[in-house]
Design a protein around this ligand. Structure first.
Ligand code: ADP
Ligand code: ADP
Length: 248
């Protein structure tokens, strides 16, 4: 069975409040923004699935619907065989703790905590006892090549190293699904390549199911087992990198 099964996912952002006031007076308004329009796809367990498209094409909205940071207007969504859209807040919290982890472009690392404590943060919010979470954070830091840096503060690290702390934070939790929203876009090209290599290695080793959003074709081609291309909220192509290169 696929790890993620999305059917007809749609998100319409409502018009701004100022426009709703116009609407009540019967004046013309926009209909809001149809950010994601009837998108269906499945992601297999252990797949690295890339969502690619220009800015404004709906990638981020789609990714956020996968853990219900954004609630779909319509559609259905199963993750790990669970129906995400019928869950109440408590169930949602559980599934975010156990199954789905999100990695953003700009990690909020705590400046006054050590790198190891920062890497352990995802476990702290999940209620893991301190000794265990620091051990697991250390293992995750070892995995991303920062084993020696656990005791320093984030500001002593470079941007690329800080991004690896964020990755370690996500890896430490054992969640089988990782949602990544342009995690490397702010990095220098060379460091970005290192991070891509690191992610590919980790993914092969840990068999995580990863949904990775990027606007960068090279990054998509390097990382994606399959690439879903979006434009104006719709899927315009869903294929392997080789097939996309071969397309007319
Ligand atoms: P990025 O494209 O790097 O994610 P944006 O500047 O597009 O950053 O968006 C930043 C935040 O603003 C996001 O949370 C996004 O959902 C929200 N946002 C984007 N466009 C709009 C909009 N037209 N109206 C209200 N919020 C928006
Ligand atoms: P991408 O990630 O591909 O840049 P987004 O999902 O951020 O695309 O945005 C898709 C569309 O939805 C854009 O037109 C954006 O302005 C709009 N949008 C995004 N977030 C919001 C929001 N919170 N409120 C209103 N419109 C939004």
């Amino acid at each position: 069975a696929p790890m993620i099964e999305a059917r007809g996912l749609t998100k319409r952002y409502e018009p701004a409040r100022s426009e709703r006031r116009l609407a009540r007076r019967g004046e013309p308004t926009s209909e809001g923004t149809l950010a994601v329009d009837d998108v269906s796809f499945t992601v297999e367990e252990g797949e690295l699935f890339v969502i690619m498209g220009l800015s404004g094409s709906g990638k981020s909205t789609l990714l956020r619907m996968l853990n219900r940071l954004v609630d779909p207007t319509s559609g259905s969504l199963q993750i790990g065989g669970q129906d995400l859209l019928s869950m109440d807040d408590g169930q949602l919290r559980d599934v975010r703790n156990s199954t789905i982890n999100m990695v953003f472009q700009h990690f909020a690392l705590f400046p006054h905590r050590t790198v190891r404590e920062n890497a352990a943060y995802g476990l702290q919010v999940r209620g893991v006892p301190e000794k265990e979470r620091l051990e697991r954070a250390q293992t995750a830091l070892d995995t991303v090549g920062l084993g020696q840096w656990g005791h320093v503060r984030p500001q002593e690290l470079s941007g690329g190293m800080r991004q690896r702390v964020g990755l370690a934070r996500a890896l430490a939790t054992d969640a089988p699904v990782l949602l990544m929203d342009e995690p490397f876009s702010a990095l220098d090209p060379l460091i970005r390549r290192d991070m891509q290599d690191l992610l590919l290695g980790l993914q092969a080793e840990m068999r995580k199911t990863i949904v990775f959003v990027t606007h960068d074709l090279n990054e998509a081609m390097r990382l994606g087992h399959r690439i879903m291309v979006m434009r104006d909220g719709r899927v315009v192509q869903l294929a392997s990198g080789a097939e996309i290169l071969a397309a007319p």
